[in-house]
Design a protein around this ligand. Sequence first.
Ligand SMILES: [Ca+2]
Ligand SMILES: [Ca+2]
Length: 242
Amino acid sequence: MLAHGSVASASWQPYVARSVGAGNTITIDGDLSDWRGVPGIRLGTDEAQVVRGSWNGASDLSGTVYLQWTSEYLLVAADVTDDVGVLSPGRIDNGDSVGITLDIFNGSRPDLQPFLIEMTPYPPGGDWNQSVLFRYAIVWQVLSSNAVVRAQTKSDGSGYYLEAAIPFSDLTRDGKTLDPVADRSVFMSVILTDSDDGSTRKSVLQNTRTAWNPVSNWYREPHEFTSLIFRGDGAGEVKIAD
Ligand SMILES: [Ca+2]
Ligand SMILES: [Ca+2]
């Protein structure tokens, strides 16, 4: 095993998200068959991706996260291996969750916090309206969100599939809304959190070593993220499952 942070990983390279494409539809239902062929960001393949807690290897926590977009939505899919599924009774990001940070200002407004979007596959009481925690990175303020999350547990108990649609209209701050066509690139990081008891974050994996670390920041230094690059014209349909 490599020591923490000793080597860069290909998973830390900028990620190119393509638009869904004319004639194609993504259905937000936790079934990722409509994502076939989309390149992913792999987590849990590299000890250096562990930024917090203990990690017992790929069967404990690993996954692949995929991003696409349409003119209306940033779309997220995650195929997560996690041997013990649990929801935190407190904040959902203290339990099993998929997170994404986005700095819509791409580093030009260090006075403003990046967005931090945490999504759980195990919504409290089965209420999908409670499956998203949408806030600024270190401003612990829950923001209203129209983001939609759906997930399915893997039939063999080895983890879950998660799918989400985050409206670009939610990614608005100080008069600016993220525009994938005009902006073309934003600072972004992806976070997988594993809890086995619902109260402790046992492991946290990221696609960048420094987006969060216990010394310097809490996702508030977007230049330490990697980049999300938008390609395509924004065509494509999104359907939300019940
Ligand atoms: Ca789907
Ligand atoms: Ca877990």
